[in-house]
Design a protein. Structure first.
Length: 181
């Protein structure tokens, strides 16, 4: 005789492992970003720590729901813009003069953060009208962590400024996206 309770538990466990394996495929996108940031950045332990948090967040979002997995992939794409900008400006050392209040480096990162925030909010409102705030929060978190990979070389202040720019860009996009523009 088959024990239905044991069979149900085995099927639940198999389903959860399958969801975790499917969600873990995003490591193929996250790990190259972390490796590039580690190779280009000056604060490798910080970048590695941010990378671990980013990977865990992306896997958790993908495991939780299919919409969370889509938000994680979109957040990686949008966060790659400020990350690449930060890595390029760190590579061009003359752009990031720490003695100046306003640098081309900082301005580029802030502009890239605004673009990422605008894109995440616009996408969240237009593509996920049933839960736009949750989608934006998921995408914004992943985009901010991805941006922080590149901004770790610019210091904590620059990293926080880029995250603030992501939020500001999202606020700028929210109203036009809701209006259907």
């Amino acid at each position: 005789m088959v024990d239905l309770e044991a069979l149900a538990e085995r099927s639940r466990r198999a389903a959860e492992w399958g969801r975790l394996r499917a969600a873990s495929r995003i490591a193929g996108l996250v790990l190259p970003l972390v490796l590039v940031a580690c190779a280009a950045g000056v604060h490798r332990p910080v970048v590695a720590g941010i990378g671990v948090v980013l990977l865990g967040t992306c896997i958790a979002l993908g495991w939780h729901s299919r919409a969370g997995g889509r938000a994680a992939r979109s957040g990686l794409t949008l966060g790659a813009v400020p990350m690449a900008t930060a890595l390029l400006t760190v590579a061009a050392e003359g752009w990031c003069d720490p003695d100046r209040a306003v640098t081309l480096c900082g301005a580029g990162c802030l502009l890239a953060g605004l673009v990422a925030g605008f894109g995440s909010a616009y996408y969240a409102v237009r593509a996920a009208p049933q839960r736009p705030l949750a989608t934006w929060a998921e995408m914004g978190l992943v985009a901010s962590l991805t941006a922080a990979l590149g901004c770790a070389g610019l210091g904590l202040g620059s990293g926080l400024a880029v995250i603030a720019a992501v939020v500001a860009g999202a606020i700028l996009a929210w109203v036009p996206a809701r209006a259907g523009v």
